[in-house]
Design a protein around this ligand. Structure first.
Ligand code: ATP
Length: 214
């Protein structure tokens, strides 16, 4: 399977262009780091790749076809902010089991405590919520995972534990993985290829757009 972004351009309403003719592709079983300074459009591109927002021009293709607009999407995004990705009116067990029912091994490895399942999202910390958001996208229908700064809010031990489990599942199922991060060490440890968004973005050839690396 191949996930492709072809000539993607995007801006928010009438604001400045964020992405100009960005083209990239990720194959199944590939682990790709997407890096670039803050504000250069990594999260925006992630949302476009996952089909959450439509580009102004260009297309996202999965094996040459448009992403399905109904049912469980084969391209799943793990947000930086889990509270934005969940329904606050659902109990955690319903949020967790919406797309598939993760087994106990996964819940244990994620450090999800049984007592949390009956709680509402507002009764958990950001890091605890994020574990649910990760577990719920690891199901068999997911072919590509986009992890947008997904572990930033977790402590170092939990981060290591969650990445280890995620990589194991990604490899077992030959998923494609895109890791958006400012953490170069993480990108180098986890990824087989690193893509620099500013290098892909034709906008950066225009005068006036900031070129500074972090
Ligand atoms: N909903 C929105 N409406 C208007 N502008 C937005 C919106 N979301 C993001 N932007 C702007 O788009 C640009 C790219 O933002 P984006 O979040 O994609 O960058 P990023 O590279 O992921 O940044 P960071 O590394 O800080 O998360 C920024 O200038 C941001 O202010």
């Amino acid at each position: 399977m191949l996930l492709e972004a072809k000539n993607i351009s995007y801006r928010y309403r009438q604001g400045p262009w964020i992405l100009k003719e960005v083209t990239l592709s990720v194959g199944e079983g590939e682990q790709v780091g997407l890096v670039g300074p803050s504000g250069y459009g990594k999260s925006t591109l992630s949302r476009i790749l996952a089909g959450y927002i439509k580009p102004a021009s260009g297309e996202v293709l999965l094996d040459g076809r448009e992403l399905p607009t109904e049912g469980h999407s084969p391209v799943q995004l793990i947000y930086q902010h889990p509270e934005k990705a969940i329904n606050p009116l659902w109990r955690m067990k319903d949020i967790l089991n919406e797309g598939w029912v993760p087994d106990q091994r996964i819940l244990d490895s994620m450090g999800i405590e049984p007592g949390w399942l009956e709680r509402w999202p507002s009764e958990l910390s950001g890091g605890e919520l994020q574990r649910f958001c990760i577990a719920r996208v690891l199901g068999p229908k997911t072919r590509f995972l986009i992890a947008d700064e997904m572990s930033t809010m977790l402590d170092v031990i939990t981060q290591a534990q969650i990445w280890e489990l995620m990589l194991r599942i990604v490899e077992e199922r030959r998923m494609g993985l895109i890791v958006v991060t400012h953490n170069k060490a993480l990108a180098q440890n986890v990824c087989t290829r690193i893509i620099s968004l500013p290098e892909l973005n034709k906008l950066n050839t225009n005068a006036g757009f900031p070129q500074n690396e972090e």
